[in-house]
Design a protein around this ligand. Structure first.
Ligand code: DP6
Length: 350
């Protein structure tokens, strides 16, 4: 028996089977991640901060197959192909290298969020995959280690390892790659008394025309507005942390809204421009202004898609959802609260 077979046999003895299942939730950034300083290691230019949601979970099962010659990946029962499959297989290669194993895996992912619509399906997807794959291949990682691993699949996934509010540290920008890699991970953020909700208006659930990965690269390379936004985003993060600690939802919302609009401005400045805002997005943004005029604290944030997420108090969420639903004619509206971090639900994988 080869050394590897012995290792896998040991894993099987320990876990009952060479597989594991994990669940993770998407997160919505209130201070955005937009732009990598190292594309291979997924090191961002700026730190970001998000709230993990309690809706749209992704459940991923990873099972090692000693006989297989290639990884087998399915999304909601449909075999993955092209770029999607390549990303998962590349991620598994990283896990295999760290585990010192070469066994291929069967990966079965169930997503409940519309994929590729700027609703952070890659965040929940790679957070669940990191937790399940680490367990299946026998890597013993704590939250920091899992966050660093998830980051290598998709930057925003580093934050979904944790529940509630999490900050993803950009890490040391002047350090050599190996050291910078160690210093860039997410961790929970301390907050005061907040009872937040995010009302999510899905104005278009179709896949986006430009992936966030390609769009952020183009923004960093060509937008003259990128550097000023990155500098102001660092200040926004400092203010955001203080506002969260005070439990000051209005300040949290104001900072989140300006940070997101600033990110979209940097994209509009790219050459050629990247524009995710659709007419329906603007109508929803107007309804958020209308809510504020009526004395309801509500603040908008948008990601790499036309959908709008509105931060408000839990007690105002139904009223906000109603206003947003009217504005997003034909779209769907969901109410989310703070959710749990990624976790193993079955270390046996069956
Ligand atoms: C706009 O994490 O999807 O949602 O690291 O290339 O996979 P990759 O990008 P991804 O980008 C998310 C960008 C964002 C803002 C955010 O979530 O911080």
């Amino acid at each position: 028996m080869s050394e590897q077979q012995i290792t896998v046999r040991r894993l099987q003895d320990r876990q009952g089977a060479n597989g594991a299942t994990a669940v993770a939730h998407p997160n919505i950034a209130l201070i955005k991640y937009w732009g990598k300083r190292d594309e291979r290691l997924f090191l961002p230019w700026t730190s970001s901060l998000s709230m993990t949601l309690d809706i749209f979970p992704t459940t991923t099962r990873v099972h090692l197959d000693a006989e297989a010659s290639d990884d087998e990946v399915t999304f909601n029962g449909v075999p993955a192909a092209g770029e999607e499959r390549r990303r998962i297989a590349g991620f598994l290669d990283l896990v295999r290298r760290r585990a010192g194993l070469t066994h291929r895996a069967v990966v079965d992912t169930r997503n409940t969020v519309p994929t590729g619509a700027g609703l952070a399906s890659s965040a929940s997807g790679f957070a669940a995959l990191a937790v399940a794959a680490a367990a299946a291949y026998g890597l013993d990682l704590d939250g920091t280690g899992l966050s660093r691993l998830a980051r290598r699949g998709s930057g925003s996934a580093s934050r979904s390892i944790f529940g509630g509010f999490a900050v993803w540290n950009a890490g040391n920008p002047t350090a050599p790659p190996a050291e910078a890699d160690l210093s860039s991970y997410a961790e929970p953020v301390r907050t005061g008394d907040l009872d937040p909700a995010l009302v999510i208006a899905v104005v278009n659930a179709g896949p986006k025309e430009v992936s966030s990965r390609a769009a952020m690269r183009r923004t960093v390379e060509t937008s003259p507005l990128f550097e000023p936004w990155a500098a102001s985003s660092r200040d926004d993060l400092t203010e955001m942390r203080a506002a969260l600690l005070r439990g000051d939802l209005d300040a949290v919302g104001e900072i989140a809204e300006r940070n997101s609009l600033g990110m979209h401005a940097t994209m509009l400045g790219a050459r050629p421009a990247v524009r995710y805002l659709a007419p329906a997005s603007l109508t929803v943004l107007d309804s958020v202004l209308g809510l504020r005029r009526d004395g309801i604290p509500a603040y908008a944030t948008m990601d790499a898609g036309p959908n709008v997420k509105v931060l408000c108090r839990r007690t105002d969420a139904d009223r906000v959802a109603e206003a947003v639903r009217d504005a997003a004619a034909g779209g769907t509206v969901h109410i989310a609260g703070p959710g749990q971090g990624a976790r193993l639900v079955d270390a046996g994988g069956r």
